[in-house]
Design a protein around this ligand. Structure first.
Ligand code: MTE
Length: 324
């Protein structure tokens, strides 16, 4: 996902967060998720859940299970999260500055119910699922990630969008102190993304609050992010603070920055090259032989990232080279 920046592919051992450190850092988030439950709201759900149970009994649903998972280190040390800088290791290095509790997501627009909600208002622990998905970045690398989340459709339904709501738009937090990358004017913050409503309602679209059975690491978009596995990774917006039901196709960050390169749909499509590189192949990052993608052998990119059976019907009659 890049316009003019040089890329760093290697991570120094000192920059790698061990899982141990990660868990210590995250423990307070787990407990604060629970304490948030005392602020019961109309959709309140976490009340009475013992801390350790939040991520237990997660239903396992697999959509990439026979492929090797990318290691936790790989997933958490090779990130795109420009709010913390444009280098691949910047998010791991600086995202501890992000305070994810308390956190509110504002739901607005064309729906019967709107307002501000905490994560515990939005996510019912009983609905949490593990979804193993391929994530294909537009930069032609990919990972296989065991997300923990809930279907976006089940959250949307609770707000009862009306028939005018044809699209859904998402926004990331803006806070230069917590997100030092926002001092750069290269992106007109906030980072924004959108989906057509039928894409959002597709059972594959999820809002994720964790990975590898643990709360979401900050560098991966804590406390809540979108995951749309058949689209290039940049559609999967992180650290969401606003969700709007809207009538018209929303503007999106990368489409505004480089409309010839990044369209609204951004479906993974090996048959449509990026204007500056091929999309036919990708390097699968396992995170074991160095964290970057440079030395990993190339594999073929599949149409719609291998999820055509589940989502190709959404684009029936559309020329995906034109609506890229
Ligand atoms: N969301 C925000 N807010 N800011 C970003 O820079 N980068 C996107 C996407 N979501 C990005 C974002 C891109 S380009 C990719 S490939 C994925 O996040 C990377 O997700 P990961 O770092 O968890 O693998």
């Amino acid at each position: 996902m890049l316009i003019k920046f040089s890329k760093k592919y290697d991570t120094k051992p000192s920059e790698i967060t061990s899982e141990n450190n990660f868990l210590t850092r995250r423990r307070f988030i787990q407990s604060s998720l629970i304490s948030g439950a005392s602020l019961l709201s109309p959709l309140g759900v976490f009340a009475g859940q013992p801390t350790n149970n939040i991520f237990s009994n997660i239903k396992k649903m697999s959509f990439g299970a026979n492929e090797k998972l990318t290691s936790f280190k790989g997933i958490t040390n090779y990130n795109n999260f420009y709010e913390f800088g444009t280098g691949k290791t910047d998010p791991a290095q600086y995202s501890h500055l992000l305070k994810t509790e308390p956190w509110t997501v504002e739901i607005m627009g064309m729906a019967k119910k709107t307002g501000k909600f905490s994560i515990s208002d939005l996510i019912k622990p009983s609905e949490l699922e593990e979804r193993i998905y391929r994530l294909r970045c537009v930069e032609a690398w990919s990972m296989v990630i065991p997300w923990v989340g809930v279907p976006l459709s089940s959250i949307i339904k609770r707000f009862e969008p009306n028939s005018k709501a044809k699209y859904i738009a998402f926004e990331t937090l803006v806070d230069k102190k917590q997100m030092p990358g926002q001092n750069s004017k290269f992106i007109d913050w906030p980072y924004i993304e959108g989906l057509r409503m039928d894409e959002a309602m597709n059972p594959l679209s999820i809002l994720a609050i964790g990975l590898y059975g643990k709360p979401m690491p900050n560098q991966n978009g804590a406390p809540i992010r979108l995951v749309v596995p058949w689209k290039y990774g940049f559609k999967s917006i992180k650290s969401i603070v606003k969700i709007s039901f809207v009538e018209n196709e929303p503007k999106t960050t990368w489409n505004q920055l480089a409309p010839r390169e990044y369209g609204f749909y951004s479906n993974v499509n090996p048959n449509r090259d990026h204007p500056r590189w091929s999309q036919k192949e990708e390097r699968r990052i396992t995170g074991e032989s160095g964290l970057g993608a440079l030395f990993t052998p190339k594999i073929k990119t599949e149409y719609l990232n291998g999820y055509a059976e589940e989502v190709a019907h959404l684009y029936k009659g559309m020329d995906l080279k034109q609506f890229f």
